[in-house]
Ligand binder design. Sequence first.
Ligand SMILES: [Zn+2]
Length: 300
Amino acid sequence: MITDRNINLLKQKIAEADAIVVGGASGMSASSGFKFYYQRDEVFGMIAGSLEDKYGFHSFFDALYDRRPTRGEHWAMLIRTMKYIYDSYTGDSYSDLAELLKDKNYYVATTNQDAQFYRVFPKEKITPIQGDWRYWQCSRPCHDEVYYNRKNVYDLYENIKDDSLPDDLIPRCKYCGHEMAPWVRSHTFLEGKFYKSEMNRYKEFLRKNMNGKTLFLELGVGMMTPMFIKEPFMNMVYRWPKATYVTINPQHVIIPKEISDKSLGIKDDIAITLKRLLGKSTEGMSIYDKNNIFNPSRVY
Ligand SMILES: [Zn+2]
């Protein structure tokens, strides 16, 4: 349980910061209840339908990587996931974070692909380091373009039959004819002009704020892909004279000794910590259960 002392310390760091760089990862969404990526729940049940029993997979990522489903079945699960991403509620952790950063000079870098940050922050202040389910690319990719897929997703959703998308409706590249693919990290992930402009905006924010009191606020970054947020944050805090590193994570709080005097580690639930920073009630919120904690076995 986070102490009042640490809550006050973090409040003070946020108040004093000239700039705040948020690094948001899977723990942010997990703390808002989005756990179907890694765990069986009713959302996964909706995505998989009868395919769960047919193939015996019990989480979204296990289903996504399974090679046994037909292309139509695979696409039915993709379309249902994308529709869920458009339709689902906005997580409390996200709306609370937005309230906390209101009127601040901030930027968000995220490895999350679920677009939750876009519910509460303007897109000009977000960089999706590992892509975003709301876009498609050619699966090869044969050309440098990503496509916003909302309308296609809703149209195709209506055409899913028996947990399968008919073959002739599977989205295909208009140039090479191969299947489209979600614009999310994979071995053919398109790091083209869209990705580069997203990354450049983030780098520009960092450049502008390297000499000021910059707070790196890391939220729910696990140990599977530290190269995207965790390690760059630690390196910048080490090199930048006035930077501070704060990590909030119920499982892994690691602070290298080289930056220990510029860091604060909070090993607690993100949703509860954000509510306490805002002075909101946490009554009825469940403290995470150590034995049943969100535990990504694989990060995409
Ligand atoms: Zn193509």
